[in-house]
Every structure is written in C-alpha cells, then in structure tokens.
Design a protein around this ligand. Structure first.
Ligand SMILES: Cc1ncc(COP(=O)(O)O)c(C=O)c1O
Length: 481
C-alpha cells in the first residue's frame, strides 16, 4: 500500500497515515471488511517504525474507521462512526463521491523548476499570438459573444470546421453529429455521467490516462485494466475478460497513448470495433495526440471504420493549440450525441463562445501548417531527451523511443522507493508522474512518465540530467539496502 508521507510536514507521520487511510475509507476506495496491511508490513513498505503505524491504526480505531483484533489484524469497519470534532471536524464524516485513488492531484508542484509531470506544451511553442489577437478582436468587435450563452452543442460554424477537420483525418460525420466540449476531459466526464453507473464494467488500457480513471472511479465503475504490448491494448485478453464480465464501455487512447506512448495497430483497431459490436457497447476513442507524429502519420482513428455508432470519438485541441482554450470536439452517431448534449447542458450550458470563435479561423486555415512545425519542434525535444537518457541514465533503466506525443515512459528496475525519489526530486526542483497513478487502487508500478515538451529545450536537458543524477543515487541507495 502506497501512502505519500511528507517528512517536513507540520503533521506527524501517524497523523498523515491515519488521515490518508480515513479518506480512502470514507470515499469507498477501501471497502468495509477490507483487511489493512499488518503493522509490520506497512511499516516496512513506508519505511517508518512499527510504533508510527500502530499509532495511526489506534487513531483510526478510536474514530470508528477500523476494527482491530488480536491475532486477526485490522479491518475497515462496516459502518464507520465518525466522532464529532469541533469546528469543521464534522466534514470528515460527510460522504463525497470523488475518487481518492489519484492522490497525486494533491501534490504541490509550486516550487518545481523542471516540470516533467504534466503532459503539455511550453507556451513558446503554442500559437498564442494568433489566438490572443483573435480574442481581443472578438471581445471588442462582437460583444454579443460575451453577452449570450450560445448553443449547448457548440457554435454551428465551428462544428462545420470540425467536420472538415475530421473528414481530412478519415472520420466521416455530419456537423450535427459533433459537439464542442471544454476539453476532452469534459467529453469523458459527460459520457461517464450519461452511460456509466455504479458497478458497470469499464475496460481501459493498463496503464491509462489518470483523468479518465478519476472520472470512471467517480461513477463507481468496476474498472478492469487490460495489458498492452507494442501494438496497444491486448484485444485477445480483452475478449476473454469480456466473456466473464461484459463491457459497458471500453476507453482507449489508441494513438501515442498517455502514458506509454504506444500506438494501436490497424488490425487491433478493427478487432476492438468488432468486439464492441458483438457486445453492443460503446468505445470512447480519446485522441488528443494523433497530429503529433514524428515520422509517419498514425493509423486512421477507429471512428473512421465505425458505421453503426459504437465509437464516441474525442479530438482535443489542447495538445496542439492550447489547453487554456479548453476546446475539443466529440463525434458520435445515432442518438448517443443527443444524450450527451443533454448532459452538457446540465453541466455548463455550453462551452465559452469566445474561445470557440477564437480557435475557429485557426483550425480552418493554419492548423495543418502549424501542426507540421510543432511536430518538428517536438521531435527535436524528444530526440535531445533520448540523447540525454542514453548518456546519463543509470543501468537497468529502459524506455521506448516514442513515435509521437509528449511523453517518455521509463521503466525502473523496481518500484521500491519511487515515492521517496519523487519527494527528493521535488525538493531539487524536478517533478515527474509516478506510474502507479495510471492505475486505479493500490498498485505498485516501476514506471515513471516524463513529459519533454513543457520547458524550453535547454531547461529540459538540464532538468533531465539533474533528474537522472538523482535517479542514479536513488538506485544505488536501493541496491545497498
Ligand atoms: C489521453 C488524454 N485525454 C484527455 C486529456 C484531457 O485533455 P483536455 O481536457 O485538455 O482536452 C489528456 C490530457 O493530458 C490526455 O492525455
């Protein structure tokens, strides 16, 4: 069991352990009846004394979260009784339905000079002049954009531009089959709210995009992670799993997958679609990276083969234009889209008109030329990152050279001490994404994700060298334990 402990924090270690476990219990991540690790086992894995863990367990027991019995161990209580503390203490027992699995969202990255944790593109590479100029023209020239709500489905002209954009990428849909969302994160959320309920089975790649995991966890879905190989999700394994637990939905990020960078081959894409047909379920095809290829264009989207409405296709513009615009489009056939539009209207009454209008001329005119320049710049950054890795990475650390996208997925010899490494790296000003947040629940991953596009190239190389030095020291210390 992984718990992030902050040694310099004003909270004691027992407090940090008991608060984290209490959160996991009240949020349902640790279910009633679940057995907690033994005092000795948890102390060893967190590298703290057994007294520290015993104090945390005593505190949890005194608050009614767990029940411990001699010789049997400690278990999550059936109905946690929360003591009323003074002030805001009552909030501890106030149930929420947010997942707590991805506790990394609470990490503090404010002091980080080399941000490798976030899959984004540095502002110097984004077309911000063009978008900024369009915005100020619109605010003064078309004030009605700010004074109205617009269409829930999205601006009709932008949807037509999106239709042409998707057509040039093999996806044939009408503009009436397209909705504009505030990023594809919102698209995933709308699909989950509309179609996924507690206990529904959702299949995802192992590992998967953290934001999608959070959404499905928040719906109480039963998430099943399907292993991947160099061709993407193992559809043969998925088929066997579906025999036992039929899917309600399959979520995939088939092109330059976040976090692994892997791209699903064309045959797999076809087989995945056949599987969705046979189980009469939806595939969410999340596609933010396909324009960011380095050598040759990736296979066409699964949606390009979908004649009968099994694929809800999401194309985000965050990774090419700017995440701050919050613009993505969702394409879906049949009556799926109208249900999603209803969810969108309940969620935010439509995406900001100003942003939709500001990106419209860019997507209609300059996008392809600009995406070409961005690919060249990103490929340069990726190649320098790989050069630094080849030169400075300690033995036993491996990675795949990505064909596109923004991330490197590193494999370490073991998962031991990655939490500690993260703390040390952050003190030195370097952040990375630990692989375990790319799964739900308590897993221990020996991977970490580094994004090479969030900094100017020189900073990225410097930060990466610093990180690799810390990693070398960390692995050396682990070997001598
Ligand atoms: C695979 C994937 N899907 C969706 C998103 C969300 O992007 P946005 O909401 O900005 O479109 C991200 C962001 O990193 C991502 O990597």
């Amino acid at each position: 069991m992984h718990i992030d402990l902050k040694r310099g924090s004003s909270k004691t270690l027992p407090q940090q352990i008991s608060e984290t476990l209490a959160q996991r219990i009240t949020s349902g991540l640790l279910q009633p009846g679940a057995r907690l690790p033994s005092v000795r086992g948890l102390a060893a894995s967190l590298r703290v004394s057994q007294v520290t863990v015993s104090k945390a367990y005593d505190d949890l027991e005194s608050h009614g979260h767990i029940i411990c019995s001699q010789g049997q161990g400690c278990f999550v209580a059936r109905r946690p009784h929360i003591q009323q503390d003074a002030g805001t203490g009552w909030q501890d027992g106030y149930d929420d339905f947010l997942p707590r699995a991805q506790l990394w969202r609470n990490f503090d990255f404010s002091g980080v000079r080399y941000p490798f944790h976030l899959a984004a593109i540095h502002a110097e590479l984004l077309p911000l002049d063009f978008i900024g100029a369009a915005m100020s023209r619109l605010v003064t020239g078309k004030p009605e954009l700010m004074a109205s709500y617009g269409n829930f489905q999205g601006d009709a002209e932008l949807r037509e531009v999106m239709r042409r954009h998707l057509h040039s990428r093999g996806v044939e849909v009408h503009s009436s089959d397209i909705m504009i969302t505030s990023g594809s994160q919102q698209g995933i959320d709308l699909v989950a709210r509309t179609f996924v309920g507690p206990g529904d089975t959702v299949y995802l790649e192992a590992p998967s995009y953290t934001g999608a995991i959070d959404v499905f966890a928040g719906r109480g879905a039963e998430m099943i992670f399907v292993p991947m190989d160099s061709e993407g999700m193992r559809v043969d394994v998925l088929t066997r799993l579906c025999d036992k637990r039929p899917p309600k939905l399959i979520y995939t990020n088939p092109t330059f997958q976040n976090p692994s960078g892997v791209t699903m081959g064309i045959t797999r894409r076809q087989r995945l679609l056949e599987l969705a047909r046979s189980y009469r379920c939806l595939i969410v095809e999340d596609d933010p990276f396909s324009d960011l290829y380095f050598r040759k264009p990736p296979p066409l989207p699964i949606k390009s083969m979908d004649g009968d409405g099994h694929v809800v296709y999401m194309k985000s513009f965050s990774k090419v234009i700017a995440p701050g615009c919050r613009i993505a489009c969702v394409a879906a056939g049949g009556n799926i889209l109208s249900r999603l539009i209803a969810a969108k209207s309940a969620s935010d009454l439509g995406s900001p008109l100003l942003n939709q209008r500001a990106v419209l001329p860019f997507i209609a005119g300059r996008y392809d030329t600009y995406a070409g320049q961005l690919r060249t710049a990103l490929r340069g950054r990726m190649e320098s990152a790989v050069r630094v890795l080849k030169r400075y990475a300690p033995p036993g650390v491996t990675w795949n050279v990505p064909e596109g996208g923004l991330n490197l997925w590193l494999q370490l010899p073991s998962a031991d001490g990655i939490g500690k490494l993260r703390e040390q790296a952050e003190l030195a000003g370097v952040s990375f994404l630990p692989g375990d947040v790319c799964y739900s629940g308590e897993v221990s991953s020996r991977h970490i994700r580094l994004c090479y596009s969030q900094m100017p190239e020189g900073d990225m190389e410097q930060g990466l060298r610093l990180f690799l030095q810390l990693l070398t020291e960390h692995l050396g210390a682990e070997r001598h334990k």
